[in-house]
Design a protein around this ligand. Structure first.
Ligand SMILES: C[S@@+](CC[C@H](N)C(=O)[O-])C[C@H]1O[C@@H](n2cnc3c(N)ncnc32)[C@H](O)[C@@H]1O
Length: 290
């Protein structure tokens, strides 16, 4: 498992009985996690939190505040700063387990010692966009169907003092955008994607992980430059294991990307009170051996 264990401003205090208790800076949030099938290891910590997310029976839910705190605040990961805010569908605007992927992105780009152009698909609030730009990417193209998410990503870039860097924020359907880039002959040295299980483009284009993934990966490989650095995929889709992602990547890449390796693992976080790990999806990547 690839564990994001370099956080100071984030901590998974405990996880048990279908919930997790997390510290985001000084704010403690309690929210459901369907994969937390085990018992909590410290019952005493569960009554001290600022807000709790309750599910309703229509698949949504709401936050109930128990203590006063501001609508949004910031947390740091190393030299990167992010805005955090409890939003609908129990999200906070950040996936802390992605920090290990940000470390990989930063390391690869910094050590390439050349101009790197990055494409970030399903880019959300821009965690990977910020990491790539911070590492010195010449240009980062950030694509998401939600204009609100693109605005949030812009705020994150500003908070990390990267607002003068070349980052293009594009509100589009990811597959449509990649196919347009192919027709225009635009190329990227590194491509990052975090495709959801199910999603909609801005014109209601339907995205379904199982149906769309192969096609999207093939199109992405077509727009990689002659000297590609990496292709990184994350997935939170139920049933997608590292082995599945490895096989998908290996068969798609076949003779097209040589001189590199495929690596896949679970992503995770440490749980402070139990010293166990919290599984949080999977990643799969091809990286050049340069
Ligand atoms: C769960 S988020 C990805 C998390 C993010 N990579 C991170 O770690 O911070 C999925 C994103 O995909 C976007 N999305 C869903 N369907 C899309 C589509 N067809 N085209 C573009 N973006 C889409 C959503 O707006 C959302 O921001």
């Amino acid at each position: 498992m690839l564990v994001s264990n370099n956080w100071k401003d984030y901590e998974c205090i405990d996880a048990g009985k279908g919930e997790k208790l997390e510290r985001w800076g000084n704010i403690i949030l309690r929210r459901p996690d369907p994969w937390v099938l085990w018992k909590s290891s410290n019952d005493n910590v569960w009554n001290n939190y600022h807000a709790i997310y309750h599910r309703n029976d229509k698949g949504g839910g709401y936050w109930e505040n128990k203590k006063e705190f501001s609508e949004f605040w910031t947390i740091k990961y190393k030299e990167l700063t992010f805005k955090v805010s409890p939003t609908g569908f129990k999200h906070t605007g950040l996936f802390p387990e992605q920090a290990a992927n940000w470390d990989f992105i930063i390391d690869k780009i910094k050590n390439s010692n050349r101009d790197i152009k990055v494409l970030n698909l399903f880019a959300y609030t821009g965690g990977a966009t910020i990491a790539a730009s911070y590492a010195g990417a010449k240009e980062v193209v950030h694509v998401d169907a939600s204009q609100n998410m693109n605005e949030w990503a812009k705020e994150n870039a500003k908070l990390s003092n990267l607002d003068k860097n070349t980052i293009r924020y594009i509100c589009d359907d990811c597959l449509k955008f990649v196919e347009r880039e192919k027709r225009r002959g635009n190329k990227y040295d590194a491509i990052i994607m975090d495709p959801p299980t199910y999603g909609r483009g801005p014109s209601k284009e339907l995205w379904k992980f199982e149906e769309g993934l192969n096609n999207l990966i093939d199109s992405c490989i077509d727009i990689l430059s002659d000297k590609p650095l990496f292709l990184l995929i994350s997935s939170y889709t139920k049933g997608i294991t590292p082995c599945i992602l490895e096989n998908v990547l290996t068969t798609s890449i076949k003779d097209k990307l040589t001189n590199g390796i495929v690596k896949t693992e679970e992503l995770g976080l440490s749980i402070t009170s139990s010293k166990m790990f919290l599984p949080c999806g999977v990643y799969g990547r091809w990286e050049s051996s340069e």
